[in-house]
Design a protein around this ligand. Structure first.
Ligand code: ATP
Ligand code: MG
Ligand code: FE
Length: 347
């Protein structure tokens, strides 16, 4: 069947259509610009934007794929984690379509979506694979087997801020525009990554071999900026050095985890996987360690509906039990399985 995926966990309204691992079409609308003057996502503004966007985005995704509503054979929707009001809008839309068409509904974990995004470009994920999730809200190292069937093993997580959050917050201190991650990436091109010796938090700490910490790095960057008070801040150098520290820690730990667990494939997903230095360093270190690296194409790194459809497609093909129509959101859902409804047992 053709699976419609709907994503509305944060500030992107996404709809995507996937059949048998193939992306047929997808569209993303973002309310990012409306949040820019607040320096961060405002939940109520995000929820209202989803209300306006959800129907047109689904229609445009269908148009993009050359399909009609009646062609949809299953609906997958992000039920968490995310902003409650934002999640509700996507779930209501998904339920309406599933009910009207009489097709199965699946609740999907947002992060499983980020993982599955990779399959749309590079085909099925090998079992097992190592997944480094680096986004605005999460930084985790996961051991993934069959995404549709098996529990996901957390090897490590951030103890404080996520990597994307670190970029976003430091960008503010550096006077760079929102969202900060892409702005840091651009500014870094003009700077020297060795200009500032920022710390490499939790490296060489056996108790936290695969955990991360970015709040100290954020503070170090803020201190460095403060030390320039009254003088012009060499933003390029600060951005390049910060980016180098983040990329170094992320890739070092991910490659070490692959080696320790005998895993031959590293998958890097989430918004920060779009970072040019993270991509380049991951490539360099995986090549040196004989590990296959898989990174989704840029447009599928940040939030979108195609990645949710990709999970739905895997669930359908694995024979997973659909969700009941009283499926609810779970804003702080832990990542245990790709699907998020209680009746997740497999047929
Ligand atoms: P989550 O998926 O954890 O719920 P999210 O959906 O907000 O969080 P994503 O949309 O996956 O996160 O990614 C957004 C994050 O990615 C932001 O923090 C943004 O700054 C960061 N980001 C995007 N592009 C880049 C880049 N080129 N370099 C660094 N960071 C980037
Ligand atoms: Mg976003
Ligand atoms: Fe996300």
């Amino acid at each position: 069947p053709i699976v419609l995926g709907i994503e509305s966990s944060c500030d992107e309204t996404g709809a995507g259509l996937v059949r048998d691992g193939q992306l047929l079409g997808h569209v993303v609308a973002s309310s990012m610009d409306e949040h820019a003057r607040f320096g961060g996502v405002v939940p109520e503004i995000a929820a209202r934007a989803h209300v306006h966007a959800v129907r047109p985005v689904i229609q445009r995704a269908l148009d993009d794929a050359g399909l009609r509503l009646a062609d949809i054979g299953a609906v997958a929707v992000t039920t968490g984690p995310g902003l409650a009001g934002a999640l509700q809008v996507g779930l209501a839309g998904a339920k309406g379509i599933a009910y009207a068409l009489g097709v199965p509904l699946y609740g999907v974990h947002h992060l499983a979506g980020h993982v599955a995004a990779n399959t749309l470009e590079h085909g099925p994920l090998p079992d097992p694979c190592m997944v480094l999730i680096v986004s605005g809200g999460h930084t985790s190292l996961l051991l993934v087997r069959d995404l549709a069937r098996d529990p996901i093993v957390h090897l490590g997580d951030t103890l404080d801020d996520a990597a994307g959050e670190c970029f976003d917050k430091v960008a503010r201190v550096f006077g760079l525009p929102y969202p900060g991650g892409p702005a840091i990436d651009r500014a870094a091109r003009t700077g020297d990554p060795r200009a500032v010796a920022f710390p490499r938090p939790l490296t060489g700490s056996p108790d936290h071999a695969y955990d991360f910490s970015f709040s100290g790095l954020k503070t170090a960057a803020a201190r460095w900026a403060e030390a320039h008070a009254g003088r012009e801040l060499p933003v390029g150098d600060g951005a390049a050095s910060l980016q180098e520290a983040v990329a170094d820690v992320l890739t070092r730990k991910a490659v070490a985890a692959c080696a320790e667990h005998g895993v031959g494939t590293l998958v890097v997903v989430g918004g920060v996987a779009a970072n040019s230095r993270v991509r380049a360093l991951a490539e360099e270190r995986c090549l040196a360690a004989g590990i296959e690296l898989r990174v989704p194409p840029l447009k599928l790194c940040t939030d979108n509906g195609a990645m949710i459809a990709a999970v739905g497609d895997l669930l359908v093909r694995a024979g997973a039990e659909p969700a009941p129509l009283d499926l609810s959101i779970d804003p702080s859902a832990p990542l245990e399985y790709a699907t998020l409804h209680p009746a997740a047992s497999l047929a």
